[in-house]
Design a binder for this molecule. Structure first.
Ligand code: GLC
Length: 450
């Protein structure tokens, strides 16, 4: 692609406020690993619409990466990145002594931030299980913690009235069969039995679990892990659960990572708050509350959820910076959450200085830069019924002038920070058809008719 094409694409990208498909990380493509020809596209698991209802309304969740790696403070891939020999890594299981009920603080924080669900790593790639398991001694109950950290977590999440999800990595650097399971059929069978037994424990020992969030099928694919069969069982054990797409079998939602690129069907963008999932005290590249909110709104605009990560310290405490950011996000959500929860994809989605969410027939205009006393949105073809500043309820003048929706009588300074929301009501949800929409859909594809 030449420089001209590149700059045109960048222009379109910023216009659309959307990231073009970026090179998929190994993680993001976890579900697609394996060299077999792609199977015929399969729909989501049975009863998808019913099971997904609460999840679609919830919009905003907390991801928690916590494990032995948290003690080293260099991210959750540290074993693999630094080639740490297992005998040197394993003692971390003994020295992991988190304080009791650390998860209560996370759950409170999640609720304060306006998050509606949480997903915690029950076992990350390192193979250490935060739950009690019969399958291995490399687990929280039989090592340093001496207690079931998944149970504590689930109780804490439920106590705050939030939905509870469990992350589970199929890839397991600690299991002797993991690496050879690709080439040795007996090893594969043992590995599959192990993973299925662990998922069974997670799904049957703790009451209701709302989300099963698989990760990293490497080095097998879904057929190798037999995850279609496993997921059928999961739905028997947990008839209301929703399952992500990283097991190699069809899931209820897809999982773009570190970007807010919409995909077909239901999707959830997972993202770090600095540049690491696991606790990394040296990483101070924190996202601002403004960036977090823009990402959340962008996901909402394009029909997705936003799963935002914290990486607690080994004792379970949350980095101060994460707490501050999430609390400030929560303060805004307290005033403007009605524009986020329950929202659905908005087909009004292009403007400079605004993102949009749709709640019923209301278009919520999230002003990311303050326009002064009036703001124009092109490509609207039906008259508004009325408009108001969402946080204060103060009326805003809204008229249709040709195909321009003009909002006027705005205060000269932004009344809310970091973004102000104007809710514009319509008889029917409008579909924006501006010159910019035509160009963007033509170049990038998508659009309401795609
Ligand atoms: C990737 C990474 C992993 C992280 C996850 C979150 O799969 O391997 O470390 O847990 O993405 O989406």
């Amino acid at each position: 692609m030449g420089p001209a094409a590149f700059s045109r694409r960048s222009l379109l990208r910023s216009l659309a406020g959307t990231a073009l498909a970026s090179a998929a990380s190994p993680a993001a493509s976890g579900a697609q690993e394996g060299a077999k020809p792609a199977p015929a596209p399969a729909g989501p698991p049975p009863d998808h619409e019913r099971r997904m209802k609460w999840w679609r309304d919830a919009k905003f969740g907390m991801f928690i990466h916590w494990g032995l790696y948290s003690q080293l403070g260099r991210g959750e891939w540290v074993l693999a990145l630094e080639d740490i020999p297992l005998p040197e890594y394993e003692p971390l299981a003994k020295s992991f002594t988190p304080r009791p009920n650390a998860a209560r603080e996370w759950a409170r924080l999640a609720r304060e931030a306006g998050m509606k669900y949480m997903v915690m790593t029950s076992k990350h790639h390192e193979g250490f299980c935060l739950f009690d398991t019969k399958t291995t001694d490399y687990c929280a109950t039989k090592q340093g913690p001496g207690r079931d950290l998944v149970r504590e977590y689930l109780e804490a999440v439920r106590a705050e009235g939030l939905r509870a999800g469990l992350y589970y990595s199929l890839m397991d650097w600690h299991h002797p069969d993991w690496m050879r399971c690709k080439t040795d059929e007996a090893a594969r069978r043992r590995m599959v039995e192990f993973a299925h037994a662990q998922v069974r424990e997670l799904m049957t020992s703790y009451g209701k679990v709302d989300i099963l969030w698989y990760d990293m099928a490497y080095p097998l694919d879904g057929a190798g892990w037999e995850t279609r069969r496993l997921n059928e069982r999961v739905l028997e054990w947990q008839p209301d659960i929703v399952i992500n797409n990283r097991s190699g079998a069809p899931g209820d939602f897809s999982t773009p990572e570190q970007n807010t690129q919409a995909t077909k069907g239901d999707w959830e963008s997972c993202m770090t708050l600095n540049d690491n999932w696991g606790y990394t005290p040296g990483d101070d590249n924190w996202k601002t509350p403004t960036t977090v909110l823009k990402n959340l709104i962008k996901c909402g605009q394009d029909g997705g959820n936003y799963l935002l990560n914290i990486g607690p310290a080994p004792d379970g405490s949350v980095p101060e910076a994460s707490m501050q950011i999430l609390r400030s996000v929560g303060a805004w959500m307290g005033r403007n959450g009605s524009a986020i929860y329950g929202s659905r994809r908005s087909w009004v989605n292009l403007a400079t200085g605004a993102l949009f969410t749709r709640t019923g027939n209301t278009i919520n205009v999230h002003l990311t830069s303050w326009p002064g006393t009036s703001f124009t949105i092109g490509g609207i073809h039906q008259p508004p019924k009325g408009a108001r500043l969402l946080a204060s309820g103060r009326r805003v003048d809204a008229i249709l002038k040709g195909s321009q929706l003009v909002l006027s009588g705005l205060p000269s300074q932004a009344p809310d920070r970091p973004l102000t929301v104007i809710a514009v009501d319509f008889e029917e949800a409008p579909v924006q058809k501006s010159l910019a929409n035509r160009i963007v859909y033509d170049v990038l594809g998508g659009g309401p008719d795609a």
